[in-house]
Design a protein around this ligand. Structure first.
Ligand SMILES: [Zn+2]
Ligand SMILES: [Zn+2]
Length: 367
């Protein structure tokens, strides 16, 4: 039994219909439109904030058209007029960025200055590593992960099938039967390996997981950037922890005092060494896990759910071809052109806002 708010959303979509760009094609009356717009005026300010940097300002002069990202029904936040697609909660992204910048600042200010030689070179290397981490973080956190367009009308109705008995379909991939589940939010039969993210409220192609540290889904189109971020952060924190530990050892040897006394003398070295050590352990485990997943061509979600426990993995092409596919194959273009112009239907947009819940309205809870 679906939650009530899910049913409400589905019912609303069924009565109005959402086109593939996420814009409702509705036939509701003018009075409905006016009352809906007025009653949701306060929520509308939130909608403006979600579409940062350029709401309405990029419409052609004299036209009421808006871009797709401005009316997108998912919970993403868009920057630079739809060029950057972020998750709805940027706190993880901001926290990760601050921790990288702060760690490098401590490293350059307190660790490298104690080096007997090559202190400048050591600081420059750390800055380059930190820059690589930030760039890969931005790429992973702001790229469309593979959002799948919503359907205008429920697909089940279109084929005239009973809703109750056709929640899933089966297709054969490389001789293995794969079940396609129906998404009532997006009105589509999900593609193989895709899933509806409860945080972002979108179906995402080759969904891996929603990463709170980058604040974004990890899917088909940003997986390799996510991996580059994890590996580069591992290298950066290994570098930082190695020199921090060296500094602590040197201070102990020089002063002859114990570790507790040194806490008062060089607290920044202790803090950086401790934080870097925890980060290295976490990132090393994550890197090993994802390298393993790449070699067997599985997503983290498939692995956690044991998707191929009873049947062979139809996507497994052997280790080398799996690695090539994950890291070197050309990425497909985005399924949704978030910068395309569409004709808005204000009444329907208001309805979306009225039905939007502060919490995710997905069908599956994803870690
Ligand atoms: Zn969906
Ligand atoms: Zn997500």
């Amino acid at each position: 039994m679906a939650p009530q708010h899910v049913q409400n959303a589905a019912t609303d979509h069924e009565s109005n219909g959402v086109n593939k760009f996420g814009v409702i094609s509705s036939s509701i009356s003018n009075s409905d439109v006016i009352s809906s717009v007025l009653s949701t005026l306060s929520r509308y300010s939130k909608f403006r904030i979600r579409s940062c940097f350029g709401l309405f300002s990029d419409s052609p002069s004299g036209s009421s058209r808006v871009r797709v990202y401005q009316v997108w029904p998912g919970k993403n936040v868009f920057f630079f007029r739809g060029r950057m697609v972020c998750g709805p909660d940027p706190r993880g992204f901001i926290l990760t960025s601050i921790s990288i910048v702060l760690s490098d600042w401590i490293f350059c200010s307190y660790i490298t200055v104690a080096l007997p030689q090559h202190s400048d070179l050591t600081a420059i290397v750390s800055m380059i590593l930190a820059l690589i981490v930030i760039v890969t973080l931005v790429l992973a956190g702001t790229k469309d992960p593979g959002i799948i367009p919503r359907n205008e009308k429920p697909e089940l109705e279109e084929v005239g099938t009973s809703v109750s008995r056709s929640r899933s379909r089966r297709i054969s991939i490389n001789g293995v039967q794969i079940k396609l589940k129906y998404c009532r939010i997006c009105n589509i039969f999900r593609l193989p390996r895709s899933c509806h993210c409860t945080v972002c409220d979108n179906c995402v192609e080759k969904f891996d997981h929603h990463c709170p540290w980058i604040g974004q889904c990890v899917g088909l189109r940003n997986y390799r950037y996510y991996l580059m971020f994890v590996v580069s952060a591992l290298v950066f924190f290994t570098y930082a922890s190695a020199f921090s530990l060296w500094r602590i050892r040197r201070e102990v040897a020089r002063s002859g005092s114990g570790m507790i006394e040194l806490l008062g003398c060089a607290p920044e070295a202790f803090a950086l060494a401790l934080f870097s050590f925890v980060a290295v352990c976490f990132l090393a485990g994550l890197s090993v896990f994802h390298v393993y997943l790449i070699t067997i061509n599985q997503t983290a979600r498939e692995n956690f759910k044991g998707g191929y426990a009873k049947s062979p993995n139809p996507y497994d092409k052997g280790m080398l071809r799996n690695i090539k596919e994950a890291l070197f194959m050309r990425l497909p273009p985005s399924n949704v052109d978030f910068r395309a112009f569409v004709e808005p239907n204000w009444g329907s947009i208001a309805k979306i806002l009225m039905n939007s819940s502060p919490k995710g309205v997905g069908e599956e809870a994803i870690a």
